[in-house]
Design a protein around this ligand. Structure first.
Ligand SMILES: Nc1ncnc2c1ncn2[C@@H]1O[C@H](COP(=O)(O)OP(=O)(O)OP(=O)(O)O)[C@@H](O)[C@H]1O
Length: 470
């Protein structure tokens, strides 16, 4: 095992500066993390992520001074280095009085900057020595996830939640639209946990009929039923010491849900045809496209199972709600596809970037991935909007011609999901049109559509439609 990398939090609203310091620190063998505002930084400190913080004094919202005060009250041992504008010595003196370890002036002298960082970390070292191998693993897994999912505050929040919950044995519900990366998040929780050395076993709950549920999950003994020529362990046993990832749990038949609940509660089960109970230590992660509360309310999801599973919930917002991540992910997919296809596509033209950022991505990253891969295949130097082939997908048209149907199928969504998405899209457009007709007056729009005010208000919020008062 090599030297443990110190985690250095860079806080600055200017992305270029963050980028510059990030690259410098990475090159010097540190493990940098970034927050673009004080609130996100405090969240990371609350989770015990950084060993040192570097923050600009001047930032919109929470100033560097305010951040310093609050950070020191959360972690009195956290060394803080302030970045001040050239000649901003008064602020620097005040910062040191407030407990900052030191300050650097812009423009940086990098050697001086690095030696201050190293000195500050010396102070912190005794607490670093206590860190376990597991912390190293955890750090690597969650940083990898942030790099994959993007720089938005929503992703930073998810990463913080993973850091918090991964070391525990809590069951976690991972909720998000199809293609948002729920399996990726589950994988990061597993990799960042003490169970990382054992397996994470995925189970597609919707794909197992109720009659096969027990044998798939709990295994069977030889002769348990016709065709059981040899004993076979189930998914629970395969995940022993590790994690069982139950994907699309909403599609699990009710009868199977009850059997699952019993196994979780009793921490043991019988193989089909088995006489002895099998006890295994398994952590359970769940993915769902829909709020499980809805299933509980309409009786299609077992209430007790829901209570047992919902120890912690992570919600992944859809791509269209975190536009900062879209180009980041698109560029990563572009680079990977370049390597796969032996091409050298340089990037997205300005109009293609606009198209990518403004598309609604109903199939989320899965759809983005298909579009970018298709575009890289066709492009020479830069990707143009035509290469993406997005004109006819669900955002821009639900016309019933064969071309648009072809691109709808390329979203990779199931039939059920496609129908739901199309209905949702039509609903959104009707609302937009009604609001346009009534000059944005929600009460009038509600009357026009013959729905009540609470419903229209909720739908406007759900679809994030811009009206003057929201
Ligand atoms: N940030 C990302 N960068 C690159 N590829 C990604 C990213 N997130 C997800 N993907 C890819 O998108 C596809 C969907 O991801 P994943 O299966 O994790 O989503 P999901 O939310 O579990 O979807 P579903 O609800 O349909 O099961 C996978 O092929 C995955 O590799």
């Amino acid at each position: 095992m090599g030297r443990q990398k110190e985690r250095i939090l860079i806080v600055d609203d200017e992305e270029d500066i963050c980028d510059l310091i990030f690259r410098l620190l990475e090159k010097e063998g540190f493990s940098p993390i970034v927050a673009h505002n004080g609130f996100t930084a405090l969240e990371m400190i609350r989770l015990g992520m950084p060993d040192l913080m570097i923050t600009d004094v001047r930032m919109p919202g929470m100033s560097g001074m305010e951040l310093l005060k609050q950070a020191r009250s959360l972690d009195t041992n956290l060394p803080v280095i302030m970045i001040t504008a050239w000649g901003g010595i008064d602020g620097a003196v005040e910062a040191v009085k407030l407990g900052a370890f030191d300050y650097v002036e812009k423009p940086f002298n990098f050697q001086d900057f690095l030696s201050k960082i190293r000195k500050a970390l010396e102070d912190r070292r005794p607490s670093l020595a206590k860190r376990t191998f597991c912390d190293e693993n955890q750090n690597a897994a969650i940083l990898r996830l942030q790099e994959m999912m993007g720089p938005s505050d929503a992703v930073t929040k998810i990463v913080g939640e993973i850091a918090l919950v991964a070391p525990s044995n809590f069951s976690v519900i991972i909720q998000g639209e199809t293609g948002t990366g729920k399996e990726l998040v589950a994988r990061a929780i597993h990799d960042a946990s003490q169970r990382a050395q054992a397996q994470m076993v995925p189970v597609d709950c919707g794909a197992i009929p109720e009659t096969l549920f027990e044998s798939e999950l709990f295994g069977y003994e030889k002769g348990a039923f016709t065709g059981a020529n040899a004993a076979k362990p189930g998914k629970f046993e395969l995940a022993a010491g590790g994690t069982l990832f139950l994907d699309e749990i909403r599609n699990m038949p009710l009868g199977s849900q009850i059997k699952l609940l019993r196994a979780i509660q009793e921490k043991s089960f019988f193989r089909v045809g088995g006489k002895k109970p099998v006890t295994v230590d398994v952590r359970i992660l769940i993915a769902t496209n829909e709020d499980l509360n809805i299933g509980v309310r309409n009786g299609s999801f077992c209430r007790d199972l829901f209570y047992r599973l919902s120890e912690f919930t992570i919600t992944i917002p859809p791509l269209r709600g975190r536009k900062e991540d879209i180009l980041h992910i698109a560029n990563r997919i572009l680079e990977a596809t370049n390597i796969e296809l032996g091409k050298q596509v340089k990037g997205f033209s300005p109009s293609a970037s606009d198209t990518v950022v403004n598309h609604a991505w109903p199939g989320n990253v899965r759809e983005l991935r298909s579009a970018v891969r298709r575009a890289v295949l066709q492009a020479r130097d830069f990707i143009d909007p035509d290469h993406l082939g997005l004109e006819d997908t669900l955002t821009d048209g639900c016309e019933n011609n064969s071309d648009s149907m072809e691109s709808i199928l390329e979203t990779g969504l199931s039939f059920k999901e496609l129908v739901r998405r199309s209905t949702t899209e039509i609903e959104r457009r009707i609302l937009e049109e009604a609001l346009r007709k009534t000059g944005g007056n929600k009460a009038k729009a509600a009357r026009l559509l013959q729905i009540d005010y609470t419903t229209i208000h909720a739908k406007i919020k759900q679809y994030r439609i811009n009206t003057e008062d929201n």
